[in-house]
Design a protein around this ligand. Structure first.
Ligand code: S3P
Length: 426
């Protein structure tokens, strides 16, 4: 395992394609007419779960590494699956597909791994039921397994209590099948890939402030999509470049959509040497190269509207904070408790075991940075982002970390270790 006492971190890398866009490309392609072609697809376990669910509903999908071709069958072309749809570890698959399944004319059952069976689905069941959907938690605990009987849906105007792109997208997708327009208003804006991409597929969808609205659709049309690098994967290398000695990294072709790019602002607020270069638009999404160098970071406060724009990056931001001087306060991030693991608990436990000073709070954590980090036994809770964050922490600890499970990295970044090895000089 890669660890400690690195001399320098240097090089130019690319990270795999964006996970959120990869999932959506498959889903939207499946319910469109004609061919959808994705390049730069994330070949990770989560996105493979989405592919397998749509194959089980009769969609022909060919995958060759990061190149995926979906032969869409139109909005009414899915067929009743003969097996339970296996969503694996993927919350995005579960919640978005539930919106699509609610508008079908067949009954389906969704289930996934131990983690997915603990994640809250009441947040989608409530609005879907308001639309007339026939969705139930089979164990009656508001979690998967879910049974979804197709029904005719009515449009709603929903005020979501959570800033969640998965909830928003689920309702908007159900809205495609409804009898009148549907809107979702969020407390704080979450990632907007569904809004941007569905427009490209021909849906009548618009956004104003915190509200996204969609009109029922008759047809969607297959698209060619070039998927940019995932900023949530780039985050590990942004952090590594900032906290490691003698670091100079260029991360090419990263999606810098403002609803995703909060880590860049935080890196700047912490005094990090970070430059955003070669900014351009590819397929409607902002893309840039990110240059990071070793930095003397200082603590900062991370709360409010920025939280949804960096929610998946908080574990590795917490590692940055442990390496910074002064205090970092992370607040308004109670959503961390319902991710692949309870990330307030899993980040806090592992950072404290490495010697950091961290106090968990109800909606985040307080980190008093600057203490020496020691190698320890990391418990990942099979959460890919915990595993990768603590591999990065291990680069600056004074002894090696060991891990109970790193296979989970395959969920979002199968080539993480080899990319890291390619830039580390010992
Ligand atoms: C995602 C949305 C986020 C994020 C997840 C992917 C998406 O979840 O944590 O990894 O693709 O819509 P929430 O929007 O539910 O917070």
């Amino acid at each position: 395992m890669l660890n400690t006492n690195i001399k320098s971190l240097k090089g130019q890398i690319r990270v795999p394609g964006d996970k959120s866009i990869s999932h959506r490309g498959v889903m939207f392609g499946a319910i469109s007419n004609g061919i959808t072609e994705l390049t730069g697809f994330l070949d990770g376990a989560d996105c493979r779960s989405t592919i397998s669910c749509f194959r089980a509903m009769g969609i022909d999908i060919s995958q060759n590494a990061d190149h995926v071709i979906i032969s869409g069958k139109g909005m009414r072309g899915l067929t009743k699956p003969s097996t339970i749809l296996d969503v694996g570890n993927s919350g995005t698959t579960t919640r978005l597909i539930s919106g699509i399944l609610s508008g079908q004319s067949f009954t389906s059952i969704l289930n996934g791994d131990e983690s997915i069976q603990k994640r809250p689905m009441g947040r989608i069941m409530t609005p879907l039921r308001m639309m007339g959907a026939n969705i139930k938690s089979i164990k009656d605990n508001d979690c998967a397994p879910l049974e979804i009987g197709g029904s005719s849906l009515k449009g709603i105007d929903y005020n979501s209590p959570v800033a969640s792109a998965q909830v928003k997208s689920c309702i908007l997708l159900a809205g495609l099948y409804a009898d009148r327009p549907t809107s979702v208003t969020e407390p704080v804006l979450s990632r907007n890939h569904t809004e941007l991409m569905l427009k490209g597929f021909g849906a009548d969808i618009s956004s104003k402030g915190l509200t996204a609205s969609i009109k029922p659709a008759q047809e969607l049309y297959g698209q060619k999509i070039q998927i940019p690098g995932d900023i949530s994967s780039a985050a590990y290398f942004i952090a590594a470049g900032l906290i490691c000695p003698n670091a100079d990294l260029l991360i090419k072709d990263v999606n810098t959509n403002p609803t995703r790019a909060g880590i860049i602002k935080v890196a700047q607020d912490m005094g990090g040497n970070i430059e955003i270069l070669n900014q351009r638009i590819i397929g409607g999404e902002p893309v840039a190269d990110i240059h990071v160098q070793s930095s003397n970071l200082h603590g900062c406060k991370i709360s409010g509207q920025i939280i949804p724009t960096l929610i998946d990056e908080i574990p590795v931001i917490a590692v940055m904070a442990a390496c910074a001087t002064g205090q970092t306060i992370i607040a308004d991030a109670a959503e961390l408790k319902v991710k692949e693991s309870d990330r307030i608990a899993s980040v806090t436990e592992n950072l404290i075991n490495m010697g950091a000073s961290v106090t968990p709070t109800d909606d985040g954590m307080i980190i008093d940075g600057g203490k020496a980090l020691h190698g320890t036994n990391i418990r990942t809770y099979k959460d890919h982002r915990i595993a990768m964050s603590f591999i990065i922490a291990g680069l600056v600890s004074d002894g090696p970390n060991s891990f109970d499970d790193i296979a989970c990295i395959d969920i979002s970044y199968p080539t993480f270790i080899s990319t890291l090895e390619s830039i580390v000089n010992k």
